[in-house]
Design a protein around this ligand. Structure first.
Ligand code: CP3
Length: 363
């Protein structure tokens, strides 16, 4: 494989010195880009795009043509796993993802198994391979998965819930079934991330988007232990590396929304990076994690609705906050938003953000 031309992102995840703070944005490929909307129209649907490796590659590369981003993220979705488990994923315009079948009972959970990565999820692995080839070493490629808990939310609710009534009732009334579901999800997530790594992903991120809807006691029972298992078991990659299967360690980032209360636990999980949302000061996050991990984040995505001057001001504030909490060093920081971008955001504002990160953080 071609050597990487820009390894800032991977160096920052190792907390090594870099010339500029690296930046990428969650949901950097998407509906806010006119070229994305054009490709989507041609492909017919979101799933039609995600399931076609050449189209997934095209859409992955679109934001990199416009902006000076330091990483690419695979164009796919977290719900590919439950879809491959047989739940029947579909999208309703304006309503988001839905499943034809849900998991509500022990019998439903017992039917689930880990999908085969090179048959049922082959389209994802093929997309990783095509994107790596087309990137040609320009920047590293991030593979990803949902967390076991976040996937379970969609599988039990049957789509994007608001109050998570059904899965919380399951946690209260039938925790054994929920643990069974989380356990098979964890096996699937580990196999999925390992397969993306084998196909060429150079970093891996787990999205625990709904971790923050749980009470602390429930987070510690239903989300954290499974994230910890992922970090532990994926790290067996170290063994595979020793056996010559992998060239180098592929770093793992754990992103959680509303989960800043557990930063210390996430930093001790064995992951290389922790993604933080905008409800915590980066400086505070850096102080609390004490250099154990790299930190990724954390501008409020709504910052992109501000004027260019306001965006630059907020970028500088976040960069300075990280440095202040990190003993005066900017190393070990990957700049990002605290969550994904929205369809009504202005692409010109993204350029302002990305360029300001690089300009202001230049060492
Ligand atoms: O970051 C990237 O650019 C990579 C691609 C990516 C997508 N989804 C593309 C997508 C990633 C990393 C995801 C993850 C994902 N998907 C998460 C976790 C991250 C997060 O945002 O919290 C979740 C919860 C999902 C489930 C999901 N898929 C939702 C809620 C939606 C939006 C539905 C809607 O109508 O707004 C999707 C669809 C989806 N995934 C889109 C994109 C670009 C929009 C699809 C379209 O074109 O209509």
């Amino acid at each position: 494989m071609t050597a990487l031309k820009n390894d800032r992102f991977l160096r920052a995840l190792r907390r090594e010195p870099v010339d500029r703070t690296p930046v990428w944005l969650m949901r950097q490929a998407g509906r806010y880009l006119p070229e994305y909307r054009a490709t989507r129209k041609e492909a017919g649907s979101f799933l039609g795009m995600a399931k076609n490796p050449d189209v997934a590659c095209e859409v992955t590369l679109q934001p990199l043509r416009r902006f000076d981003l330091d990483a690419a993220i695979l164009f796919s979705d977290i719900l590919t796993i439950p879809d491959a488990m047989g739940l029947g994923l579909y999208f309703v315009e304006g309503e988001g993802p839905k499943f034809e079948r849900t998991v509500r009972s022990a019998a439903d959970a017992a039917k689930l198994g880990v999908p085969d990565m090179e048959t049922e999820l082959r389209y994802v692995m093929d997309a990783v391979r095509v994107i790596r080839r087309e990137l040609d070493g320009k920047v590293p490629l991030i593979g990803f998965s949902g967390s076991p808990w976040t996937l379970a939310c969609y599988m039990v609710e049957g789509g994007g819930g608001k109050d998570f009534a059904r899965i919380k009732a399951m946690a209260l009334n039938d925790p054994e079934t929920l643990h069974q579901l989380l356990s098979v999800n964890t096996d699937a997530v580990i196999a999925y991330l390992a397969a993306q790594r084998a196909a060429g992903a150079q970093a891996l991120q787990v999205f625990d988007t709904w971790g923050g809807v749980l009470s602390p006691a429930m987070y510690r029972e239903f989300s954290l232990p499974y994230l910890q298992r992922i970090a532990r078991e994926l790290d067996r990659g170290a063994l595979r590396q020793a056996q010559g299967e992998l060239d180098e360690h592929v770093p793992l980032i754990l992103f959680g929304k509303g989960t800043a209360a557990y930063l210390e636990d996430l930093a001790a999980s064995g992951a290389d990076g922790v993604g933080v949302d905008w409800l915590v000061e980066l400086g505070e996050a850096a102080r609390r994690t004490q250099g154990k991990v790299a930190l990724q984040g954390n501008l409020d995505p709504a910052t992109l609705y501000g004027s260019p001057d306001a965006i630059r001001r907020e970028v500088r504030r976040a960069l300075d906050s990280y440095r202040d909490g990190n003993g005066g060093s900017r190393d070990g920081h990957v700049f990002n938003l605290g969550h994904g971008m929205s369809p009504d955001m202005n692409p010109d504002h993204v350029a302002v953000l990305v360029d300001e990160v690089h300009a202001y953080s230049a060492r």
